[in-house]
Design a protein. Structure first.
Length: 120
């Protein structure tokens, strides 16, 4: 099942919203950490503009993909170091790699652990 995942500032967990199936559009889980495969960033530009205008946070950015039961094989390879991904609506129009601030356009898998996202 394809999902949209974002960090919930009230629950301090990742909220998982179904994008297909009978529960489409509903939050179906709240997790401390999870693996997503076929990960793609998604930012609503209208939502971002609202944050910039009102200076109030809202849910407008997250990552879509498919939940994996365990770490995907591509993440377990020794030569595949994770890169941290971040998003700040006041600094960037989309997700970027932390450190060099180059654009993040998706990856085979991501680990979403506590408040951080790691791309593999």
């Amino acid at each position: 099942m394809k999902v949209y995942v974002y960090y919930n500032l009230h629950r301090h967990k990742w909220s998982v919203k179904a994008l297909e199936g009978p529960q489409k559009g509903r939050v179906v889980q709240h997790l401390d950490s999870l693996w997503l495969t076929k990960a793609q960033p998604k930012v609503s530009q209208r939502g971002r503009e609202r944050v910039l205008r009102d200076k109030v946070k809202n849910v407008h950015a997250g990552i879509t993909g498919y939940i994996a039961d365990s770490a995907p094989l591509s993440a377990l390879l020794d030569d595949n170091d994770p890169r941290e991904v971040t998003y700040n609506p006041y600094k960037y129009t989309g997700f970027v790699y932390k450190g060099d601030e180059s654009s993040y356009n998706g990856s085979e898998c991501v680990l979403m652990h506590h408040r951080k996202v790691y791309s593999y």
